[in-house]
Design a protein around this ligand. Sequence first.
Ligand code: SF4
Length: 345
Amino acid sequence: MFGIFIGLNQERKIMTTLQLAKRNIKEKGFLDIETPKSVDFVKEIKKLRKKKNAIILAHYYQEDAIQDIADFVGDSLALAQKAATTDADIIVFAGVHFMAETAKILNPKKKVLLPDLKAGCSLADSCPPADFEAFKKENPNHIVVSYVNTSAEIKALTDIVCTSSNAEKIINSIPKDRPIIFAPDRNLGAWLIKKTGRDMLLWDGACMVHEAFSIDKILKLYAENPGSEIIAHPESEAHLLKVAKYVGSTSGLLNYVKTSKAKTFIVATEVGILHKMRQDSPDKILIPAPVEDDSCNCSECFYMKMNTMKKLYLCLKHELPHVEVDPELSKKALVSIERMLELSK
Ligand code: SF4
């Protein structure tokens, strides 16, 4: 009898904690609940995924354990393509908010979970919709190409979405006589102007991770490692792209390391990519590019790393937090995303 009483009390306590966590989810961004030390997150996530017919999509910048348990790991383009074709009932997006939002726009009837709603993106934040709408009105004849790292509001103001994997192809698909606005990344935009020869109007946004690298320290490392190659993501600053042997998207960088004859690479992008690079190319020496400020982990995306195995487990278990997009906004944003998917086939 006493045992039953303790059991009921315990259950009531768990219920109250869950109710409280649900109430605070907007403020916290995730379900803030303690889990017993004995919980094996890997085992439980696998069980829940199967039971709920869920798919876990993870970006290359996620922590290693999340990449290892995901059903699919990819860059923004591959993840959007996967989200567009999955027959799972629930999509768990281990990435940042704009990625989960894109998955929701592509799957309005499905539940799209994000382990931490506050996992944002400095680049997406650098393009506020009201300011961008005004900029667009000042340039009414321009075709708007926006990087996928934008909010649904910006996608709704966009003609064609792109990622770093397909940006060049998409710019080249636009008739030469049509002027172009490119948003929001000024570095990727400047790189595309160089690659395509198109004179585009650039929005002045940037990613804080890709602008944190120190060119002086990178060149010093390069000199200390004869035969090494500097490789960089096009969101990095122009002076770094100028000295890079290869510039490409996340998947482009992975492929380059696999196929290059060089042995050592100085990798200028978010450090999470090294996990997959090491798996794909175990014989290569990979050196993360150093950043200006030695006191910070600035080559780690703070937002990407907000997702943890515990948050992933709790969001799958309780199906919270989930991402919602206003249906009218979603319909408008879908047009520019679908144009990108069509042009990427
Ligand atoms: S690395 Fe930069 S662009 Fe990518 S999610 Fe983080 S802040 Fe955004």
